[in-house]
Design a protein around this ligand. Structure first.
Ligand code: ATP
Ligand code: MG
Length: 432
């Protein structure tokens, strides 16, 4: 607005002042509009376009508002996609069968999934934000050997083949976590539970070993059987000769005794290796227990053993009666031998359990040390003095039970005693 003639001089001055202010404001708005148009990717307005009329016709504010709307829609869609991707990632993170942690350069845990907690964490509730060595290793300072530290220092993945924790065996792989610039911002640690895999592998090795030992044993036993039988036969014949002296008789008796011992070892080897298939029939395990006890009555008496029997009302089972008797005999004999003639109690029980029969043989002997427990089913593992045991008893039991789709369980505590048990499926009508 130009100055108007007016008596009041002050009013004219004020009016000029306002006009200047308005122009400045308009200039400011035009500049900002141009800036916004540039941001939105629209050409800035030329000076001649910036007069009031063209400004209204072009409607830059409308353009900006529309662009904002488009940007907002785009942003909403991007957010939705981002949320979806995050949900997928979280689902993979949570349900992966492996433990995953993300650790920063200061060894603090940024994120850790449930599986990782299950494998590595022992009674720690707050995990994120704490040092990994505190949470996973239970120590106050970084350990000397740590795959995460090695990954950070060497900038490469590190693989730990076998770690044992909480009774489980697992493998750990740590890999560098890189930011957009390529520098290492932390470590991704993945833990894989291999307990079952290792157990299966060990079982496979064990059965391969057993098969190899079995073949070897069968070969040797076969070769030795005939000459040993001849030694025994001829020694017996010589013993019957009229002119054999007392001295010679004594020697011959030693030969016969040793040959018999050799024969019984061979018998054991053949039993172990022959892989005799069971002849299944409807039998009573209680009857097998009674037969085994009867065969061992001399040992029980001479070793001053108290036998407690608890034979329950159990179903008949389909099994090989001779083989079942042998399993019970071998376990019972071990229990008697473990009591070493010092007297003691051996408890033998049979129980009906979910359609099968469980036989338990428990002694209050010296127990089996932990380091022996995993070896007692190995053929030829014995702690008995030479001449007392061949170490085949329990491996024969395990083999027999395997053929009856069963296995043998052992619990033992040094100084308290040992309990062996096995189950045979019932499935045959009628109780004993
Ligand atoms: N009840 C038990 N108490 C303590 N140790 C036991 C018991 N049963 C078995 N063992 C241990 O397991 C080992 C292996 O037993 P296994 O019956 O296979 O062989 P063995 O008794 O030594 O010899 P074999 O049975 O061939 O005469 C034994 O030497 C002994 O150390
Ligand atoms: Mg034995």
């Amino acid at each position: 607005m130009k100055t108007k003639k007016h008596e009041n001089h002050t009013y004219i001055i004020e009016s000029e002042d306002m006009e200047r202010k308005n122009e400045m404001l308009l200039q400011y708005i035009k500049e900002k509009v141009n800036q916004l148009l540039q941001i939105m990717g629209t050409k800035p307005l030329r000076d001649e376009e910036l007069n009031d009329e063209s400004l209204i016709a072009i409607d830059p504010i409308g353009i900006i508002a529309e662009s904002f709307e488009q940007v907002l829609d785009h942003l909403k869609e991007s957010n939705r996609q981002l949320q979806l991707a995050r949900d997928y990632l979280q689902a993979v993170f949570d349900t992966a069968g492996v433990g995953i942690s993300i650790i920063d350069r200061d060894l603090k845990i940024i994120k850790c999934n449930e599986k990782q907690k299950e494998l590595l964490v022992n009674g720690v509730s707050q995990i994120e934000g704490r040092h990994c060595y505190e949470v996973y290793c239970g120590i106050d300072s970084p350990p000397l050997i740590c795959p995460a530290i090695e990954t950070l220092e060497m900038e490469r993945a590190v693989f730990l083949k076998e770690v044992t924790k909480k009774g489980k065996v697992f493998q750990i792989v740590t890999s560098p976590l890189r930011d957009r610039s390529g520098s290492i911002s932390g470590v991704i640690e993945v833990s894989m539970d291999i307990t079952e895999k290792k157990r299966a592998l060990e079982a496979m090795c064990q059965s391969e070993k057993l098969a190899a030992v079995g073949q070897l044993a069968a070969g040797i036993a076969h070769e030795l059987n005939n000459p040993l039988g001849n030694i025994l036969g001829y020694a017996k014949l010589l013993l019957m000769e009229q002119d054999t002296t007392e001295f010679q008789k004594n020697r011959l008796e030693v030969i016969i005794e040793q040959a018999k011992r050799g024969s019984s070892i061979i018998k054991g080897l053949l039993e172990f290796s022959h892989q005799k298939m069971p002849v299944f029939e409807r039998i009573s395990l209680n009857a097998c227990i009674e037969l085994a006890l009867r065969s061992l009555s001399d040992e029980i008496r001479s070793n001053n053993i108290e036998i407690l029997t608890g034979l329950g009302t159990v179903p008949y089972v389909m099994a090989d009666p001779k083989q079942m008797e042998q399993v019970i005999y071998n376990i019972l004999l071990n229990a008697i031998q473990a009591l070493e003639g010092k007297g003691g109690i051996v408890e033998i029980k049979s129980e009906a359990l979910n359609g099968s029969v469980e036989v338990t043989i428990k002694d209050n002997g010296p127990g089996i040390p932990k380091e022996h427990l995993s070896r007692i089913f190995e053929p030829f593992f014995t702690t008995k003095p030479v001449g007392k045991g061949t170490g085949l008893g329990l491996s024969i039991c395990a083999e027999i039970l395997k053929k009856h789709s069963s296995n043998i369980c052992v619990e033992s505590e040094v100084g308290k005693g040992t309990k062996f048990s096995f189950r045979i499926m019932g499935g045959v009508t009628g109780n004993v």
